[in-house]
Design a protein around this ligand. Structure first.
Ligand code: 48F
Length: 257
C-alpha cells in the first residue's frame, strides 16, 4: 500500500499526544537546553527518573554551537575529560591543561546521549511561569515559543514536577519569575537574584559549580544561571564549568528522589 498523508498526520499527532500526556507529571523538569541542562538531563534520565527538558528554540545546544564569537571550537579543562570520555566526545590537548573540542561534535553527541538515555526534549516550548502553592513551586507553565513570539493572547498549559532546574543561561528566567511572583524569599544571601558580574574565567568556572544548587525549595539553578543568581562572574567560551554544574545538580537531585 502507498503512503497516506492522513496516516502521516494522524501518526504524528497521535504519538505526540501520547508522549505529552506521559510527561505531565515529572520527577524533574529542566528549563533550557544548553550544555548544563542537557548534561543534567542525561544523568537524571540515566538513573531511570522521569525527566523532561523544555527549550524555547528549535534546536538545543544554547550558547555552545558558536564556540567563541562563532569560531566553533570550545575550550574545556582537564578535570572535565572523564565526562567527555563517558559520552564519547573527543578532546584535543592544547596547552597548560586547556583542551579544545569541536562545538558541533560536543552538542550533537551530548543531545543524542541524553535522548537515548531517556530524556524527553520539548523544543519550541517556552516556560513563562511556574505553578505555585503557599510557599512552594510544583510545576511549570508552558507556551509554544511561536505563540510567545507572535504576541497572540493565548493561555498556556501546565506541567507538574517534583524538582525544577533553571538552566536558562544568562537570563535566569525561571528564578526571575519566582523572585517576582512567588511570595517567599530565594535561598540567596539577600533573598533576591544577585546578578551576573563581568568576565573572569577562572573564578567563574569555580563558582559555577559552587553556585549550582537549590535556590528555592526543590528548585535548582545550573550553568550560567547559577552565577547569574548568586552573583558570580561570566566566563566566556570555556565550558567545563557548565558540564560539571549539570552533573552536580543531577547528583544532588538524585540523592533526594
Ligand atoms: O545559554 P545556555 O547555553 O546555558 P548554559 O547551559 O550555558 C551557558 C553557555 O552557553 C555560555 C557561557 C559559557 O561560558 O556562559 O553562555 O548555562 O542555554 C540556555 C538555553 O535555555 C533556553 C535558551 O533558548 C537556551 O537554549 N531558554 C532560556 N529561557 C528559556 C529557555 C525559557 N523561558 N523557556 C525555555 N527555554
Amino acid at each position: 500500500m502507498g503512503l497516506n498523508e492522513i496516516t502521516i498526520t494522524k501518526a504524528i499527532v497521535d504519538q505526540w499526544q501520547r508522549k505529552f500526556i506521559d510527561n505531565l507529571e515529572l520527577d524533574v523538569a529542566i528549563v533550557g537546553g544548553g550544555p548544563a541542562g542537557l548534561l543534567a538531563g542525561y544523568y537524571i534520565a540515566k538513573a531511570g527518573k522521569k525527566v523532561a527538558l523544555f527549550e524555547r528554540k528549535l534546536s538545543v545546544g544554547g550558547g555552545m554551537w558558536g564556540g567563541g564569537m562563532m569560531f566553533n571550537e570550545i575550550v574545556i579543562q582537564k578535570n572535565v575529560i572523564p565526562i567527555l570520555e563517558e559520552l564519547g566526545i573527543p578532546a584535543v590537548e592544547y596547552e597548560d591543561s586547556h583542551y579544545t573540542v569541536d562545538s558541533i561534535a560536543c552538542i550533537t553527541t551530548l543531545a543524542s546521549k541524553a535522548c537515548l538515555s531517556g530524556l524527553t526534549i520539548w523544543n519550541c516550548m517556552s516556560v513563562e511561569d511556574v505553578m505555585m502553592r503557599e510557599s512552594s513551586v510544583n510545576g511549570l507553565v508552558i507556551i509554544w515559543s511561536a505563540i510567545e513570539m507572535s504576541g497572540l493572547h493565548v493561555d498556556p498549559l501546565t506541567i507538574g514536577s517534583k524538582f525544577i532546574i533553571d538552566a536558562t543561561g544568562h537570563d535566569v528566567e525561571v528564578i526571575k519569575v519566582i523572585e517576582r511572583k512567588v511570595p517567599a524569599k530565594l535561598l540567596t544571601p539577600t533573598g533576591k537574584i544577585l546578578g551576573e558580574k563581568s568576565m573572569w574565567a577562572e573564578k567563574a568556572e569555580e563558582l559555577t559549580v559552587e553556585n549550582s544548587k537549590e535556590v528555592f525549595p526543590c528548585v535548582y539553578v545550573a550553568g550560567m544561571a547559577a552565577n547569574a543568581t548568586f552573583g558570580g562572574p561570566r566566563m566566556g567560551p570555556i565550558f567545563g564549568g557548565m558540564l560539571l554544574s549539570g552533573k552536580k545538580v543531577a547528583e544532588d537531585i538524585l540523592k533526594r528522589l
